[in-house]
Design a protein around this ligand. Sequence first.
Ligand code: NAI
Ligand code: MG
Length: 505
Amino acid sequence: MDKKVEDETLEASLAPAIKTYLQNGPKFLIDGELVTAKAGGMIDVRNPATAQVVTKVPEARSEDIDAAVKSARKAFDEGPWSRMTAAERGKLVYKLGEIIERHAEEFAQLESLDNGKPISEARAADIPVSYNTFYYMAGWATKIAGSTPSPSVPIDVHSYTLREPVGVVGQIIPWNFPLMMAAWKLAPALTAGCTVVLKAAEDTPLSALRLAELIVEEADFPPGVINIVTGYGEGAGAPLAEHPLVDKVAFTGSTEVGKLIVKAATGNLKRVTLELGGKAPTIVFPDADLDRAIPGVTLGSFFAQGQVCVAATRIYAHKSVFDKLMDGVSEAAANIKVGPGLDPTSQMGPLVSADQLQRVSGYVDAGREEGANVLVGGEGLQDSDGYFLKPTILTNANSDMRVVREEIFGPVVVAQAFGDAELDQLAAEANNTEYGLAASVWTQNASVAHKMAKRIKAGTIWLNCHHVFDPSLPFGGYKQSGWGRENGPDALENYLETKAVTMAL
Ligand code: NAI
Ligand code: MG
C-alpha cells in the first residue's frame, strides 16, 4: 500500500471516542472544569510516525498554573477531600484505575498516536501498569498509620505520631510513558490525601488530558483535588516548581531540568522528589543462559524505542560469550519490525519528536567520530517522514566516549567485552557513571548474581531479566538519577509528613 494511504488508514481506524476527543480539542482540568488556556495559546500535537499534526492542545502559562494551584490549595485547605475517610479516598483512587481499564483500548491508541510506541506495547505494558498502579495504591489509603514511640524522658508522657498529607503537590512528567507517568504521580499523592496539579509533557499531552475528561465524566472527585494541564517546561513547568502555594514538587525527566527544579524549589523550601536520567549496564557472565540473555538484552535495549531511563544501554559481556551474545542480539535487533505504532504488527515505532531524533542521531554520529563501529542500525526508515531510527548497536567503544557516558535516550546501545576480573572490578566499571537508576546481571550462579546486586549502586537490579516493573516495587535512583522512590510503600512516603505528638500525663 502507498505509505500515505497506509498512514491515513491507520488513523481512520482509531476508536470513535478518540476521534471525537481529538476533533473537539483536549482541555485542561482546573477546579473541576474542563477549560482552555487563559492566554489562548495552543500547542500542535504530532503523530511521530507521520510528522503530521493530529490536534492542538491548550498551552498553560503562569496564569493557568496559578489558577490550578489556587484551586488545589483551596481543595486541600477547605475542601471535603481532607475530611473524607481513608476508605472513601481509597475508593476514589481505585475508581481512576477502573476508568483507565474500562477505556484501555482508547488509551492504548492515544499513547501510540501521541508517543509513537507500538500499540501492542501500550496494550501489554503502559495501560495495565497504569491501572494497576491505582489499584495497588488505593489499598494503602486505609493502611497509612503513625506509631507510638516510647520516649525515655524523665517525665511521664504519652507520645504518638500522625502521618499527614504534605499538601498541594506539583507534578511534572515526561513523554516516554505518558499515562503511566501520570499514574505513578497521581496514585500515591491522592492516596496520601494531597491535592495535585499535574503538568503533562508538551510532546505527549493526549492521554493525561483524556484522563482529565474522563475524571469529569465518570469520577466524583471534589473540584480542585486533581488539576491536569500541559504546557512547555519554561512556560508552565517552571512556574509550577516555583509556586509559593505548592508544598511539594515531584518531577520525572532529564537530570539537567531536575537540577533546575531543585533551584526553583528553594523559594519556599518545598519538598522535592526527582526521577532522572540513567545509563543502565547489563552485564553478561560467561555462564549466562544465552537463550534467555539474548532476547532479554534485546528487549532491555530497545523496548519503547530505547526511550527509557532504565534502558540497557551499556552491554558488558565476558569475552568468552561476547561474540555469541552480540551475534544473537544484533540479529534480533535487525529483525525488529520498525513501523508506525498504530500498525499492530510494528515492534518498534518512531522516536517521540524531530528534536529527539536529532539528539539521538547526534550520538550515533559522535560514536562514529570517536571510533565506535556501527554493528547494526544507525539509519532511519526509507520513504517515511516519521522520526524513525533503526535499533542501533555500537561496538569498539571505551569508557571515555560520550556514547558510553551520557544518556542517549533512544534505540542506541554500546557493547563492550570484559576479561577475567574480580566482581569488585566489574562492579566498579558498572558504577563508573554519574547515574544509578538500574542494572541487570545475567548469570546462572546465584551467588554471583546476589553479590553483584549488592555491589552495583542503582535503585533497581534485575537478575536474569530487564524491564520488570510493578506498582509494588520501589523505583528510583542513586546518585544523579534522583531523589526518592516511586511505587511501593516508599512512594507514599514522598507525600506524607510525620508529626510527633506528646502529652505530659
Ligand atoms: P525534560 O527534562 O526537558 O522534560 C521533562 C518534563 O519537564 C516535561 O514535562 C517538560 O515540559 C518539563 N520541563 C522542562 N524544562 C522545565 C523547567 N525549566 N522547569 C520545569 N519543568 C520543565 O526532557 P526533554 O527535553 O523532553 O528530553 C531531553 C532529554 O532528557 C532526553 O533526551 C533524555 O535524555 C532525558 N529524559 C529523561 C527522562 C527520564 O525518564 N529519565 C524522561 C524524558 C527525558
Ligand atoms: Mg527539555
